[in-house]
Ligand binder design. Sequence first.
Ligand SMILES: Cc1cc2nc3c(=O)[nH]c(=O)nc-3n(C[C@H](O)[C@H](O)[C@H](O)COP(=O)(O)O)c2cc1C
Length: 197
Amino acid sequence: MSDKLLKVLAVIGSLHRDSVTRTVINLVANRLQHDGCSVDVLDLEKEPLALYNPDTAHDTPRYAALQARVERADVILLGTPDYHGSISSAMKNFLDHFWREFAGKLFATIVASHEKGLTVTDQLRTVARQCYAWSLPYGVSFVEEEDVKGGKVVSDGFKTRLAMLLRDVRVYGELLARQRIADLAGKDPGFLARLRK
Ligand SMILES: Cc1cc2nc3c(=O)[nH]c(=O)nc-3n(C[C@H](O)[C@H](O)[C@H](O)COP(=O)(O)O)c2cc1C
């Protein structure tokens, strides 16, 4: 990879003041940083995005700055609460803003849910597929007050799932980032050929 560090954009998709999604994404971001990754946290509560409008969304300096952050990332770590079996509107709105910038990158997903968040995970995987991104072959979910309490991960099960995610983000994130760079620079007819400059 260009500068050796795996670059992760970690997106907090809950606007809730006391969000458990925020707690977990920040914990994972700290761990990834500790493990040698470069991590950029996008907290949509602190950095609100206007509702996506295809006629105007790309015209602001704010959009250009965010686009550069998404472009820079090798891995997109997405955290969202389960809202009616679906992703939060804040998360959907973020995702609507980009696709080329996601292509060939790895999505890793974490869902706060009382019901395993399977439909939410599936929706994030669908977005990844539509945008030519890869996703880990599983999603991680957790239950507030059972798995995360007082700002800490308290269940052994969730600790194990997070350890797996942290390891896989680094290993598969690096593999895919290396191949993405090679494909963008190469001449083979892979799916990234259309994104060569
Ligand atoms: C509008 C709304 C809809 C929700 N729908 C569901 C749901 O369908 N299934 C579920 O398990 N939890 C549902 N929840 C609960 C949240 O997913 C849960 O409280 C989550 O931990 C909140 O995460 P946050 O604190 O990061 O926002 C819903 C909460 C809200 C506010």
